[in-house]
Write a protein that binds this ligand. Structure first.
Ligand code: NAP
Length: 419
């Protein structure tokens, strides 16, 4: 049974107030005043949400109706997402993390291909609710969604088309979610699903690594200080691999602290030489793409089936620039870059990795969290009312772990593992 009640049709004054504030947002206005107005709007909507005893039909969410900078983000009432398939579940979001894909999608990244997909799924582009992962509670299950029951605490990553998690409720397929590790708070749990599922695709599905074959593997994880790097290092160490990572000087302690065997400052002019001295790598995980990652392909072990996986293939950016057909062709041409060609000609594989929702992978990762092999690295928690500030913070770069939004407003005290 749904036990939470939110703003709905009867509170027209409140919605009018919210839309007036929305109009004001488009005027030149000081950041301070804007923040205060958003705060007032947020409080008005939230108070109304608590007092209204009508059955739930609407929810509070951060959304946008156009692409652009952070100013396009709006907070307000949106229809409660509906179960689309019998295997779907409705989840009340307790916490959600912010990922670079959120501010990129806010700016229109991936629009072309995502719209092709939306057309196939018969879903609208706007209003667009962002947010890729969550930790929360199942409040409704579809007829065939037998993996979960109402009231269970879950974490997961709905598909990009299903809807965003920077909202009070989200719909996900039962295959995209998993039981939350019971020893992790919602804040902690929300920090992991999106990066975990992405790293799983890269290291397991693309590079062929697993818990049984890592003991004699040497893996280079570029960018160990961010969300992807933090999780990749911990997973590989749980599987017994030797891990080398790169990061800025101020993050070396953090990256070594989560288990990396060797950590190298990527701003150091000798970075490549330092890495070379450590011997050849069986796998390189590159979250950044282009020259940033490709310059390291010569460090792969030769003729041993080494794998270079990049998480930033040019597919979405090229299709945005050139349209779907030409864009895909042009993205394919990136394999002709000299660095990748050299890697291919030395018996290595070069692969693209993409996020893919994966409930069973989260089941397994959850067991590592439960046993303490993987720890949450939460850099900062933002209240739901300041989600736009969380985007701004991540967009500045220099992440040290994950930024998490406290949607349900009751988790800060329970945070057990601050960085
Ligand atoms: N394909 C997919 O589905 C997918 C999914 C998730 C992520 N990704 C990719 O992975 C990237 C990283 O994601 P994330 O969640 O880890 O981002 P993040 O949490 O924002 O972290 C990025 C980290 O990389 C560091 N960094 C920047 N440039 C670097 C370089 N040249 N060498 C080493 N470290 C560097 C940054 O710190 P400093 O700048 O202070 O050094 C920061 O700590 C994203 O930008 C995206 O391109 C792709």
């Amino acid at each position: 049974m749904l036990q939470h009640y939110v703003v709905q049709g009867s509170c027209k004054g409140c919605l009018f107030f919210a839309s007036s504030i929305g109009l004001l947002f488009r005027r030149p206005i000081s950041t301070h005043r804007l923040a205060s107005l958003r705060e007032i709007c947020f409080r008005a909507l939230s108070t109304r949400a608590r007092n209204d005893s009508s059955p739930i039909q609407f929810m509070n969410a951060w959304y946008t109706n156009e692409y652009g900078s952070n100013i396009v983000l709006e907070f307000g009432s949106q229809p409660l997402p509906r179960l689309r398939k019998a295997t779907d579940v409705l989840v009340r979001v307790h916490s959600a993390s912010v990922n670079p894909i959120d501010f990129r999608m806010r700016s229109g990244y991936g629009e072309t291909l995502l719209n092709v997909w939306r057309k196939m799924e018969n879903t609208d582009e706007f209003p667009l609710i962002l947010g890729r992962d969550f930790s929360g509670e199942v409040v409704k299950t579809g007829r065939m969604a037998r993996r979960f029951t109402e009231g269970e605490q879950v974490w997961g990553t709905p598909s990009i088309i299903s809807g965003g998690t920077h909202s009070e409720y989200v719909v996900a397929s039962q295959d995209e979610i998993s039981l939350k590790p019971s020893n992790w708070t919602h804040i902690e749990a929300a920090s992991l699903p999106y990066v975990a599922c992405t790293v799983w695709t890269a290291l397991v599905s693309r590079a062929g690594l697993n818990r049984n074959n890592c003991q004699d593997k040497h893996v280079l994880v570029l960018g160990g200080s961010g969300g992807i790097g933090n999780f990749a290092i911990q997973l590989l160490k749980a599987w017994g691999a030797c891990v080398t990572s790169t990061c800025s000087a101020d993050a070396i302690e953090l990256v070594a602290g989560i288990g990396a065997d060797h950590v190298v400052d990527y701003n150091d002019s000798n970075v490549k030489k330092d890495l070379e001295s450590l011997g050849g790598f069986d796998v390189i995980l590159d979250p950044f793409g282009g020259q940033v990652g490709e310059k390291f392909t010569s460090l792969l072990s030769k003729w041993k089936g080494a794998v270079f996986v990049t998480l930033a293939p040019p597919v979405l950016s090229k299709t945005d620039d050139l349209g779907a057909g030409l864009g895909l062709l042009s993205a394919g041409q990136s394999f002709t870059s000299s660095a990748l060609q050299k890697a291919l000609c030395s018996g290595s594989l070069v692969s693209w990795g993409f996020f893919s929702p994966n409930g069973p992978a989260l089941d397994y990762v959850g067991s590592l969290c439960q046993s303490g092999m993987i720890k949450p690295i939460v850099q900062e928690i933002f209240p739901f009312s300041k989600t736009d500030d969380a985007y701004a913070k991540l967009e500045l770069g220099h992440a040290r772990g994950k930024i998490v939004i406290n949607v349900a407003d009751d988790e800060i005290a329970k945070l057990k593992h601050p960085v």
